[in-house]
Design a protein around this ligand. Structure first.
Ligand code: ATP
Length: 212
């Protein structure tokens, strides 16, 4: 099996500060990986580099065997769900937030049915009544699970999770673990949560921008 993501001796410099040095790793489809390390060690920078948000100084990032370029970064973004601590839902109600992407041509033919919407919410321990709530009035943990639900509805296979478990209670966290037990979903996460780390199949430890 070929890696879905591969960093080959990647160094990243932002404002003349080196934030990643010579980072190499590979992730196979279906793997659940976690980036660990102290605050400021470069964990989020790995995710941002993959999304084309940091300039690569040297080395190559490969996504599905293709080198990351300004043109190919769109492919990464379209295959990926990035979920941060406080995801932007960019719509008035939760229902609108979930259905927004399906207004666009690329997804118009895959608009989910009501029963599919409910099924995804239930898998994530979210009540159906959340659909009519204002997206600005739901909690951080609920926003994260709505962003995750949106990724699932869109059929995304790669999930970049930045400190996602920090706002989740034990039951919601278990629901998220269960969703990611799907062998078709690949996860690259950042966390300080030992329980999450224990569930992952690969642990990458970063120290001052280097993989140890
Ligand atoms: N846009 C930027 N400009 C300058 N420095 C940056 C930028 N983004 C990140 N850095 C620096 O790069 C280093 C790594 O940051 P990063 O956010 O990747 O760390 P982290 O390991 O995710 O930290 P935390 O656990 O606190 O979120 C830090 O020293 C940070 O200050």
């Amino acid at each position: 099996m070929s890696p879905i993501i591969r960093f080959d001796r990647v160094s990243v410099t932002v404002h003349e500060k080196t934030i990643l040095s010579d980072v190499s790793f590979a992730l196979l489809p279906g793997e659940k990986a976690v980036l660990c390390g102290k605050s400021g060690s470069g964990k989020s920078s790995v995710l941002k580099t993959l999304l084309g948000l940091h300039p690569i100084k040297s080395g190559t990032v490969y996504f599905q065997q293709q080198p990351l370029t300004p043109a190919s970064v769109q492919t990464v973004r379209s295959c990926t769900a990035y979920i941060g601590q406080e995801p932007m839902l960019a719509a008035e109600s939760v229902r609108e937030a979930l259905l927004l992407p399906f207004q666009f041509k690329a997804h118009r033919d895959h608009r989910p049915t009501e029963s599919r919407l409910i099924e995804v919410l239930q898998r994530l321990q979210l009540p159906v009544s959340i659909l009519s709530r204002q997206s600005s009035r739901i909690s951080g943990g609920e926003k994260q699970r709505i962003a995750l639900a949106r990724g699932l509805l869109l059929g995304k296979k790669l999930y970049l999770l930045d400190e996602v478990t920090s706002a989740l209670d034990a039951e919601s966290k278990q629901a998220v673990f269960d969703v990611f037990s799907d062998p078709e979903l690949t996860v690259l996460s950042v966390t300080h949560d030992p329980e999450w780390v224990e569930r992952c199949t690969i642990i990458f430890e970063l120290e001052a921008g280097r993989l140890t």
